[in-house]
Write a protein that binds this ligand. Structure first.
Ligand code: INI
Length: 158
């Protein structure tokens, strides 16, 4: 067995974050969790590019635009979709999940999925620095790990 090393240092990684303004009070907490995690892991705070978009529906277009530049080792997406009384929730969730998956498939740039899909605001707050942790930080860590893995596979050491 020869496993690839699991690397969780962000020192030499170029990371972009796409974050939705919809449910801003919650997404800003996720952004804080994400950025703090990256800085703890060695990223320079001013080297983390952040793109705000209106809502979760817009996340894939922004993430794809960033991915195709070739400038980023990984992208973190952050948003909060809260179930209302209409099917709108399902359409937004479907669009953002399909959209992010397609970017990974089409570009091979790691895109971490930090989009909460919850029944109510309390569930979202609990996952944005509350009792269930901060999914923004978790997504950041996934992005770091995948950036190193993809780099190691694509550019194997000689
Ligand atoms: N966008 C979200 O990020 N979260 C939501 O809960 C949400 N709801 O419930 O409607 C939401 N809607 C906006 C959507 O993402 C787009 O910004 C809008 O439709 C314009 O394209």
């Amino acid at each position: 067995m020869k496993p690839f090393a699991i690397r969780r240092d962000a020192t030499d990684l170029r990371i972009a974050v796409v974050v939705a303004r919809f449910n801003h009070l919650i997404t800003v907490r996720m952004l804080e969790g994400c950025v703090e995690l990256l800085v703890e892991r060695g990223a320079a705070r001013d080297a983390i590019d952040v793109a705000w978009v209106p809502g979760a529906f817009e996340i894939p277009q922004a993430a794809r635009s960033l991915a195709v530049t070739g400038r980023y080792d990984a992208i973190v997406t952050l948003g909060v979709v809260i179930r209302g009384g209409t099917p709108h929730f399902d359409y937004v969730c479907r669009a953002v999940t399909d959209g992010v998956r397609e970017i990974v498939r089409d570009t091979n740039v790691p895109v971490a999925f930090g989009v909460l899909t919850t029944d109510d605001t309390a569930q979202a707050l609990a996952r944005a620095g509350g009792e269930h942790g901060n999914k923004g930080a978790e997504a950041a860590l996934a992005a770091v790990e995948m950036a190193h893995l993809v780099r190691a596979v694509v550019e194997p050491p000689r």
